[in-house]
Design a protein around this ligand. Structure first.
Ligand code: XIL
Length: 357
């Protein structure tokens, strides 16, 4: 529309300037001046804007790959660096998927964020069945972290070192890591990662920081404790798997309290559910699209208000509604991302751009 308007204006100007010139019998030649349409992408945001990417889709789906290359300035490995993928058997690592993502990112000038060195999920059977002393478990943790970080030293800019260590009530999740090593394994995980790549930026990553103040407080206490002990931690990841009716106040509090630690803040797994109540019959309407867009815009605005040096970036979890994990995970129709299932930009896309205007 805007493009058409510009062409029209150009044509009218050209006609009117001809009519002012000396009258001749020759009809004015109308030369449309072609003005390039503004082709802004998410790469043009004033902070990094990324997506978590799927190794299989990058391999098999050229349209997906082209969209990823076109739109994003940062890529997070969706599953390629999870324990079960990268270290499926004791002593055996498989870096194939991660290497493909890293090479694609580097070839296209994109930052890479590694997800995740430690989690209670996605553990291979050899870990859940592992028998050993405390020292053996410590060695397992350390060797895994240092082998994976070391493999991509100087290429992967940043890591989610520990993912989802807390329950929503703010207590430590009773993960296998806590059971075997106690809660301070978290500090050592950061130290091990730092030793393997001293230039990598290290994040604690979790969800629910917008809706649970207990969880938020527990995370802030952890992070401040690590900082005060000189443990190398550089940022907080707010996953932000949220919903269209989450309050702006809650979201802003999560962002500003994280920023108050002085660390970098990464909105690391953003998606906005439109069907949080699992209505199987729900359909996507213009009203929902507008509400979706409004929430994307308010999140971007709140994020853009924290100090520039702390804006590590915003990353959506997956790229389009066709590859979002939400419909599969919750067995429901949903439309959480800024691109639709046909890879077209939704209202939310423009809202993200508008959030920094
Ligand atoms: C999800 C992936 O997107 C799915 O493909 C996989 O089956 C399960 O994990 N929080 C996280 C991510 O930190 O690792 C999760 O990713 C989504 C929730």
């Amino acid at each position: 529309m805007r493009y058409l308007n510009l062409v029209l204006v150009a044509v009218l100007l050209s006609v009117s300037s001809c009519s002012k010139s000396k009258q001749t019998s020759i009809a004015p030649i109308v030369t449309p001046i072609v003005v390039n349409p503004v082709n802004t992408t998410l790469k043009d945001m004033p902070f990094k804007f990324g997506a978590s990417v799927n190794a299989r889709l990058l391999e098999n789906n050229p349209a997906y790959k082209a969209l990823v290359i076109k739109e994003f300035s940062s890529l997070t490995t969706e599953n390629a660096l999870k324990f079960a993928t990268v270290h499926p058997l004791e002593g055996h690592y498989d870096f194939t998927d991660a290497t493909n993502i890293v090479n694609l990112a580097l070839a296209n000038g994109k930052r890479i964020h590694g997800h995740t060195l430690n989690w209670y999920k996605s553990l291979p059977a050899w870990v859940t069945n592992f028998q050993g002393t405390t020292a053996d478990w410590e060695n397992l943790l350390k060797t895994h972290i240092q082998t994976v970080v070391g493999q991509f030293k100087g290429k992967i800019a940043s890591w989610d070192v520990v993912n989802e260590a807390f329950e929503d009530d703010g207590t430590y999740r009773n993960s296998i890591w806590v059971q075997k090593l106690g809660t301070d394994y978290i500090a050592r995980a950061f130290e091990y990662a730092h030793q393997a790549d001293p230039n990598a930026l290290l994040f604690y990553n979790d969800y629910g920081q917008e809706y649970s103040t207990a969880k938020r407080t527990a995370i802030l206490n952890l992070v401040n404790n690590l900082k005060s002990r000189g443990i190398p931690i550089h940022g907080i990841g707010l996953q932000m798997h949220t919903r269209y009716n989450q309050s702006d106040a809650n979201i802003t509090s999560a962002i500003t309290t994280a920023a108050a630690t002085g660390l970098m803040v990464h909105i690391s797994e953003l998606d906005i559910a439109l069907n949080p109540d699992n209505n199987q019959a729900l359909t996507y309407t213009a009203t929902l699209a507008e509400q979706h867009a409004a929430k994307y815009k308010s999140i971007v605005k709140a994020y853009y208000a924290i100090p520039k040096a702390q804006q590590y970036g915003i990353t959506t979890w997956n790229v389009t509604d066709a590859d979002s994990w939400i419909p599969t995970e919750y067995s429901r129709p949903d439309w959480p991302l800024p691109f639709d299932a046909s890879y077209q930009r939704k209202a939310a896309y423009q809202a993200i751009l508008d959030g920094v205007k």
